[in-house]
Write a new protein. Sequence first.
Length: 475
Amino acid sequence: MIENSALFTDFYELTMAQGYWKRNANTQSVFDMFFRKNPFSGGFSVFAGLTPLLETIENFRFSAEDIAYLDTLGIFERDFLDYLSKFRFSGDIWAMDEGTIAFPNEPLLRIHAPVIEAAIIEGLVLNTVNFQSLIATKTARIWLASDRGSIMEFGLRRAQGFDGSMSASRAAYIGGADGTSNALAGKTYGIPVMGTMAHSWVMSYPNEEAAFDAYADIYPHKSVFLIDTYNTLESGIKAAIASGRKLAAKGENFGVRLDSGDIQYLSTSVREALDTAGFPNATITVSNELTEEIVESLVLNRAPIDLWGVGTHMVTGGNEASFTGVYKLAARTDAAGALIPTMKLSDNPEKTTNPGVKQVWRLYHDNGTVKADVLALDGETLPPGETGKFFHPSNDYQNFKFAPAKAIPLLSPKMRGGKRVGAARTLTEIRARVRSGLEEVDRTYKRILNPHIFKVSLTANLRDLKIKFLEEYGR
């Protein structure tokens, strides 16, 4: 299958791989995958995409057709192509649990593998995690903006292609959507499917009441009437109420949906009409190019909305089309065969990496909320109750002391020897982790506009190692 083809990599990974192979330099390495900034000018991100990533890596192969194609390029030696034909990822992967609330510059994944293997999976890692983390984060923001309301993902027709739609439906459910309009995603991932009618259904009948009656006759338990095909207040809501009375006589409830116009004004007017007609339990669903900013504004202005249908801006990322995940070498094998730290320096300080094999520790207050995330060298421990001194990653003079009530390492083994470790978490479990993680984060980091910036700090040992590199190569 295409999604398991190891050709899903950047071409330079293959040219480098042949170089490592020719030089007999396919030695052990450690790479970090992290991101540089939260998307949407936000205060947090949601780590998503891990389960499908591990499934693909476990089955990543060069098929006979892949090798034949590479042979036509005239750049790869036959013996190297024979090597690729036997390619299997044999390394270890440490990662945060999928659904973890994460912050910039801390490893989401740590890959231990021969450098050729680590290089070939780079594109797959970034493509999978970047997109799904972007969409999960966007959805979590919309869910928070809705005051933790009920959100439906309606984005199939606006998503970037088949895989974009499928991955977006999965990630949106993780981030907080209650269901999807994508029937295949419902089948594939076990996500609840949602949806009722389009304007074409209403336009297929002589009038709105006839269209609503026909739908209610077929689906009496799930009737939601789309009331803005012609005139929301002059005809749509009146027809919905008329059809609703017939449903009520059978003991059934109903709802209406708005897909255009001034949602604040129309939802208020529709609520008044439904209540006056004796239908206080009839629900109002809204859609139409909703963003977290629009949703928050409607909530703050007390628009009487029960459900939110969000499509384009949820599944595409809206005003931010990509997640800033990168994949950087953190340690390599020296001439003596020992694993030693590496560090990328840059004229742009924000692109300077943190060296060595690292663990991410999450430190908690007594009340169970997060105080800080701290990068430590692998093997360091941060015992609860013990005061530590932690440092800003780029400003030596900024530091803080803290004795955590609880300290949890966030990276754990997810793959050993190229095989997944433990059972995969269900989407329901991953989704629950997002929600519990958001509860642990102070509300100032969850503001839609101008959130507080969460700082990821360094232990003294990691800070000292970083300064050593800077003094030797950069200062």
